[in-house]
Design a protein around this ligand. Structure first.
Ligand code: ADP
Ligand code: TRP
Length: 323
């Protein structure tokens, strides 16, 4: 049996790209009865970027509601809020003291963020050690992540190995499972869909807003309605095909190539498809957002389970390093 663990930063309501690229594959993985799985909301990491208490709280809820809306089973997966297990911050401190400053200075994500963000705080710099603590605290074996997180996983392995070298086998050295980026979902502008690019599709929005966003933000060319169109050059078609079943996408490609089928028709189909496909998750999402006490309850049970593992690991660590 392997222990799978992954975290999601709570920096906003998950969009279509997050859902298809991260949420659905992780839920699929958590269903494998051979594994046990830990999934948490990295709200301590979010503090590096979010300083409004209200937003910090609200994002945690909307991320939790999204995972539950898409079928995460909190009975099978330990589902918790990072900040509910403060043992993690304590472990992060120990790891900081065993990891060379010069190595942290090489982190791509710090370089990237410090060149983009106004608030370049020390939390951003030690972010990889908090992430290492998230993983090592639970003796995780496998950590599914996107490619951008690979260096953080290498640092986790590095700090664990350094400490294991000094204090025999204190930590389980985890392995990354890299999610294939063939599921790279384009945004309304054709670039990678991302919260920071203002090109997202929020499937939890009401139907009227969704319609407005798709009609207004997805850019198409002005080939006349009657003319044949090439689906392979169309971002609208790409978006349709990542959501649609194969035969639906095939039919739309055929319609576009035949002519007499305009971008307006294609947008209408995309809107209808998203509304149909995400109807049930949207209802569930809204249910949880209107009943946050249910989210608190689920996360509290998760925190309790997580804490019982975390306290044991931390006791082992404290004893070993001299406290
Ligand atoms: P964002 O770029 O919107 O801030 P995050 O960096 O918070 O998204 O990503 C959260 C997870 O969603 C990551 O695992 C990432 O790989 C995945 N993800 C984000 N955007 C996309 C996308 N456009 N297509 C596929 N997966 C994505
Ligand atoms: N840094 C990760 C991201 O931005 C989120 C994260 C925090 C994480 N702690 C983790 C992922 C531990 C995996 C394991 O996507």
């Amino acid at each position: 049996m392997a222990r799978i663990l992954t975290g999601i930063q709570s920096t906003g309501t998950p969009h279509l790209g997050n859902i298809l690229g991260a949420i659905l594959p992780a839920i699929e993985m958590s269903k494998d009865a051979k594994n046990d799985s830990f999934l948490f909301i990295a709200d301590l990491h979010s503090l590096t970027q979010i300083k409004s208490p209200q937003t910090l709280k609200e994002n945690t809820y909307s991320v939790a509601a999204s995972w539950l809306a898409f079928g995460l089973d909190p009975e099978k997966t330990v589902f918790y809020r990072q900040s509910d297990v403060p043992e993690c911050s304590e472990l992060a401190w120990y790891l900081n003291c065993f990891f060379p400053y010069q190595r942290l200075k090489l982190a791509h994500s710090f370089k990237d963020k410090s060149s983009r963000l106004e608030d370049v705080n020390a939390g951003l710099f030690v972010y990889p050690m908090l992430m290492a603590a998230d993983i090592l605290l639970y003796d995780a074996n496998l950590v599914p992540v996107g490619k951008d997180q690979l260096q953080h996983l290498e640092m986790t392995r590095d700090v664990a190995s350094r400490i294991n070298h000094k204090f025999k086998n204190l930590f389980v050295v985890p392995e990354a499972i890299i999610r294939e980026e063939n599921m790279l979902i384009p945004g309304t502008d054709g670039e990678k869909m991302s919260k920071s690019k203002n090109n997202t599709i929020d499937v939890f929005q009401d139907e009227k807003t969704l319609k407005k966003i798709i009609n207004k933000n997805i850019i198409t060319d002005n080939i006349p309605l009657e003319a044949p169109k090439n689906p392979d050059d169309s971002n609208l078609f790409k978006l349709f095909s990542v959501v649609a079943e194969k035969d639906q996408a095939h039919q739309m490609a055929k319609n576009l190539r035949a002519g007499g089928y305009g971008w307006g028709h294609a947008k209408k189909e995309l809107i209808e498809l998203i509304n149909a496909k995400f109807h049930s998750p949207r209802e569930k999402f809204l249910h949880y957002m209107n009943n946050k006490n249910e989210l608190d309850y689920i996360l509290e049970i998760g925190a309790h389970k997580a804490k019982s593992v975390a306290t044991k690991t931390l006791e082992r660590v404290r004893n070993t390093i001299g406290y």
